[in-house]
Design a protein. Structure first.
Length: 403
C-alpha cells in the first residue's frame, strides 16, 4: 500500500553509492514513491538499470531532460523528503554554497521538504576546515546530517568518513520527516548537552581475561547519532563498542564499571540529560591477577570472589541537579509482558530516574540485534511510550520524550 509520500533519493559520485541501493529499497518497501536523482559521477559507480529496477521509476540525471515539464523544478516541488546518500565533499560544498549546476542541486533548491544527507569521504576530506564549515552551514539551515561513522574506507584506509548504514539513514530520514509533519524543528535539541553511555563494561580477571556481557552498544550509538543530528551537543561514554561511533559526538572510551562511573559522573555536571544505555556489570572480581591465570595452577575448578559494583544510575539520580533529565535502561530476560513491566516498575522505584526504558533481551534479541522493542515508564510507573523497529527508530521515540 502506498504511503502517499514522495521521497527523492539523491546519489552523488562516491564508492559508497552502492549502499544507496538499499536506501532506495527500504523506502520502496515502506510503500513510498521514490524518485532517484543521480549525478553523472554517481552512475559511474551504480548503473541506471539497477536503480530503476529497485526504485520502480526512471532515474533522473540530466538537467536538460523534461524541459517542457520543467522537471528541474518539478521533482523538488513534489518531494516530501530529500535524502542524499552518499553526500561527497564536493556535493556538500555545492549544497552549502547553493549551487545548482546539476539536476540534484536544482531539485534541492526548488524544494521546501526536509533534507537529510549522509556524508561519505576520506578522513582528511571530512576533517578539512572547508568541509567542517560547510557542514556547520547546512546544520544551521536545518539540514539533518547522518554520520559519518568511523571504519573501513576505500582501499586500506580506515577512519572517520564511512557512510552510515542504510537502515540508520532511513530511520534518521523518517524522524526528520515526522518532525516536519508535526511542526517540530529537526534541530529541536539544539543547545542541549546530552550525555549517553553505550556498550558493555568489562571487569578484568587478569591481563587477558574479563567478565563481560553481550551488549554491542548499538542502541546507545543510535541515541548518540540521533541526538547529534537533532542539534544536541553529545558526550558518548563508550564501553567496548562493537559498532562504529559517530564522528559528530565527543567520544570518551571506558572499560570497566568503575571507569564508566568516573566518566559519567564528571560528564553529568552541567548536562541537560543523561541517558544510561550501557550494560554495566553488577559485580567485579575482588582480586585482579597481575599475570595470566594458568589452568595448571588452578586444577579442575576455579573459584572467583566477586564484589558488587556501585549503582551508577541510582548515584546519578541522588546527585542530579534540578531540571536535569535522567533516563535509565532495564534489560530483562523475563518473557511474560506483565512480569516484565513489574520488574521495570520495581527498578524505577529503586533507581529514581525520570524515565526507564524496559526491553527484553535473550539469546537472539536485544543485545547485538539491529532491532529493539521497548516500553518507557515514567516516575509513576506509567507507560509513556512504546516503540519497536530499528534501534535508530527506537532512539527517535526516546528522544521525542526528552524533547
Amino acid at each position: 500500500m502506498s504511503s502517499g509520500r514522495t521521497i527523492v533519493v539523491g546519489i552523488t559520485g562516491g564508492i559508497a553509492a552502492y549502499k544507496a541501493v538499499n536506501v532506495v529499497r527500504a523506502f520502496v518497501l515502506r510503500g513510498d514513491t521514490v524518485q532517484v536523482v543521480a549525478t553523472p559521477a554517481a552512475l559511474r559507480f551504480v548503473g541506471k538499470p539497477t536503480l530503476e529496477a529497485i526504485s520502480r521509476n526512471p532515474v533522473h540525471t540530466d538537467l536538460y531532460e523534461g524541459v517542457a515539464e520543467v522537471r528541474h523544478v518539478a521533482i523538488g516541488q513534489s518531494a516530501d523528503l530529500i535524502v542524499v546518500a552518499p553526500a561527497t565533499a564536493n556535493s556538500i560544498a555545492k549544497l552549502a554554497a547553493g549551487l545548482a549546476d546539476d539536476l540534484l542541486g536544482n531539485t534541492i533548491l526548488a524544494s521546501t521538504a526536509p533534507v537529510v544527507i549522509a556524508p561519505a569521504m576520506h578522513t582528511e576530506m571530512w576533517n578539512n576546515a572547508a568541509t567542517v564549515a560547510n557542514i556547520a552551514t547546512l546544520r544551521a539551515r536545518g539540514v539533518t546530517i547522518v554520520g559519518p561513522g568511523v571504519g573501513q574506507l576505500t582501499g586500506s584506509d580506515s577512519g572517520a568518513g564511512r557512510m552510515a548504514e542504510p537502515d540508520t539513514i532511513v530511520a534518521a530520514a523518517l524522524a526528520a520527516l515526522a518532525a516536519a509533519e508535526n511542526g517540530r524543528a529537526s534541530s529541536d535539541l539544539a543547545g542541549k548537552r546530552i550525555v549517553i553511555t553505550a556498550g558493555g563494561t568489562r571487569e578484568p580477571l587478569d591481563p587477558v581475561r574479563f567478565l563481560g556481557n553481550r551488549s554491542s552498544g548499538k542502541q546507545g550509538v543510535a541515541l548518540a547519532e540521533a541526538a547529534a543530528a537533532r542539534g544536541a551537543s553529545v558526550i558518548l561514554i563508550a564501553a567496548n563498542l562493537e559498532v562504529p561511533a559517530p564522528t559528530t559526538v565527543d567520544l570518551r572510551p571506558v572499560n570497566s564499571a568503575l571507569d564508566l562511573e568516573r566518566a559519567v559522573t564528571e560528564a553529568a555536571v552541567g548536562a541537560d540529560v543523561v541517558i544510561m544505555a550501557a550494560a554495566v556489570a553488577d559485580y567485579r572480581p575482588v582480586t585482579v591477577r597481575a599475570d595470566k591465570i594458568k589452568k595448571d595452577d588452578t586444577g579442575d575448578s576455579l573459584l572467583l570472589e566477586l564484589t558488587r559494583n556501585p549503582d551508577i544510575l541510582a548515584g546519578l539520580a541522588a546527585r542530579k541537579a534540578p531540571g536535569q533529565g535522567l533516563v535509565g535502561f532495564a534489560a530483562e530476560t523475563e518473557t511474560d509482558p506483565d512480569r516484565l513491566l513489574a520488574l521495570g516498575r520495581a527498578k524505577m522505584a529503586r533507581k529514581g530516574c525520570d524515565f526507564l526504558v524496559v526491553n527484553r533481551v535473550g539469546w537472539s534479541e536485544g543485545f547485538a540485534s539491529d532491532h529493539n522493542e521497548v516500553r518507557v515508564l515514567d516516575r509513576r510507573g506509567d507507560i509513556v511510550c512504546e516503540a519497536s523497529g530499528t534501534k535508530m527508530s527506537v532512539a527517535g521515540h526516546i528522544l521525542d520524550l526528552i524533547s
